[in-house]
Design a protein around this ligand. Structure first.
Ligand code: F0G
Length: 480
């Protein structure tokens, strides 16, 4: 057929400017070579995250303007509850916000409420997940639990274009549950798509098997649903029996396998802020609701303004539209294809919300952990290729990506004190929804190809400052 354009036209624009190279270099140095510390006005194309970065639609803005503001029982809550019940099928729906709740921790609200209720009363318990995202992992740890990642082995083979590399290793989960028993495992989580391993989808069959296993053991299954619709698009494309099905009906089936979900509305509610915590169990809901009232807000607003609830309600309807999802994946494939054609090693197949460059294969001359002697006090010494690549991309073109590797997921072994690197060293180029055009992505690809051409000259980084939890946000580095 014809090459399909974006299923929208643009009504409002935001100017972006490319700083001259000397200024980029200076800003980067001042940031401690950590792009999280840059000001966004100094960034030209910002692919740090797809979270909270969507362009809102006219219908979202219209709903935000007309919805009445109310502390309790707002119509925006009921609109949101209706669409969530329709798409996800859960009986209970709690809106939650994501703002930092106290000075010490980034309290991802929905995760924080859930884990405070189900994990905190059982110190030392385990939370298996195909793969935790960084904040989820931190919230489990903070509540005294132990996060366990049980992704299928293919997840770690970045070059293999196998489908559904986001799957949970069902045999490993079964062995784990047999070993620990339900007393030590208050819940199992399934992250769709698997953000930490390349935005890879989970198959319906895998969700079904994980669900059956959890039911056999009497353990609730929660979906981390941040990118559920992108996941359902992959199921529609790749999984036999789902070809003719709508994204919405696939989503309903996917959620029917779970007892609840956490959901970041900053991704696939196409909103700038907000989240959800949903479940079916009445007794659990009562506990979650009560804690939400204490730490977030009344259960019909959960710490959000009513206009934010309205943006989520409308965004959830738009995100399951076929034309939108087709466009979304076409754009990711465009960026992936340009990089692939230029020989840049990327995670194959490309994920749903980002292209992940395999930094370990991009710059194999930089070892993951160069200076073990420097590990003491900093939780590791050297964080090389991925961070170097992230820094180099900003210096080259004003493009901000994010490292998903050892700075994010590496940790110090509590017993030996040795630094344990992450299993994957990735530079993630997350594409905000509906915000950038194909030309922006062509620019990003061209910049990365230029760096690839002189990759042998990339140097590693030494980490000179790190906090104990979620250190990557504030860490500082030096070139080696
Ligand atoms: N779960 C997953 C899979 C995520 O990717 C994120 C956030 C969260 C939970 C937390 O949601 O930000 O609304 O509190 N991921 C962003 C990212 C930040 O860049 O991938 P939140």
């Amino acid at each position: 057929g014809l090459p399909m354009p974006e299923p929208f036209k643009i009504k409002m624009v935001e100017s972006i400017t490319l700083l001259p190279r000397p200024q980029r270099t200076a800003r980067l140095a001042a940031s401690g070579l950590n792009v999280f510390s840059l000001r966004s006005c100094d960034v030209f194309v910002d692919l740090l995250t797809d979270s909270g970065m969507s362009a809102l639609s006219d219908k979202q803005w219209a709903g935000m303007l007309v919805t009445p503001q109310a502390y309790a029982g707002s119509s925006s809550f009921y609109a949101l509850e209706a669409v969530v019940r329709d798409l996800m099928g859960f009986k209970h729906v709690l809106p939650e916000h994501q703002a930092r709740r106290c000075r010490l921790f980034r309290g991802r609200a929905a995760e924080n409420v859930l884990f405070s209720v189900v994990v905190a009363p059982r110190p030392g318990c385990y939370v298996p997940n195909n793969m935790h995202f960084d904040t989820t992992e931190a919230n489990v740890l903070r509540c005294g639990g132990r996060p366990v990642n049980l992704a299928v082995p293919e997840a770690f083979d970045t070059a293999a274009p196998a489908p559904f590399k986001g799957n949970m290793d069902v045999a490993a989960l079964e062995a784990f549950l047999l070993d620990k028993g339900r007393e030590q495992v208050p819940l199992v989580m399934l992250t769709v798509t698997n953000n930490s391993a390349g935005g890879q989808p989970v198959s319906m069959d895998n969700a079904r098997q994980v669900s059956a296993l959890c039911r056999r053991f009497g353990i609730p299954l929660f979906i981390d649903a941040a990118r559920f619709a992108e996941n359902c698009w992959f199921i529609q494309r790749w999984e036999p029996g789902y070809e003719g099905r709508s994204i919405a009906s696939i989503a309903r089936e996917l959620f029917s396998h779970a007892d609840g979900c956490t959901f970041s509305g900053k991704k696939e509610a196409l909103a700038n802020v907000g989240g959800l915590l949903c479940c079916n169990d009445d007794a659990l809901y009562e506990q979650l609701r009560n804690l939400t009232i204490v730490i977030e807000g009344f259960p019909t607003y959960g710490g959000l303004a009513c206009r934010d609830l309205m943006a989520m309600a409308q965004g959830l309807r738009e995100v399951v539209e076929e034309a939108y999802q087709d466009y979304r994946h076409r754009q990711i494939e465009l960026l992936a294809g340009l990089l692939r054609a230029g020989g840049v090693p990327i995670v194959e197949p490309p994920g749903g919300h980002a292209v992940y460059v395999d930094a370990a294969r991009f710059a194999p001359h930089i070892p993951t952990h160069q200076f073990p002697a420097q590990a003491s006090g900093l939780g590791g010494g050297c964080f090389p290729s991925f961070r170097a690549l992230t820094a180099a991309l900003y210096a080259e073109a004003g493009v901000r990506g994010v490292e998903i590797g050892s700075s994010c997921f590496g940790h110090t072994d509590p017993e030996s004190g040795a630094f344990v690197p992450a299993r994957l060293e990735l530079l993630r180029l997350a594409v905000p929804r509906r915000a950038y055009t194909d030309n922006h992505l062509r620019y990003v690809a061209a910049a990365l190809l230029r760096i690839y051409a002189r990759r042998a000259s990339l140097r590693g980084l030494r980490r000179v400052y790190a906090t104990p939890l979620l250190s990557h946000f504030t860490a500082r580095f030096e070139w080696i």
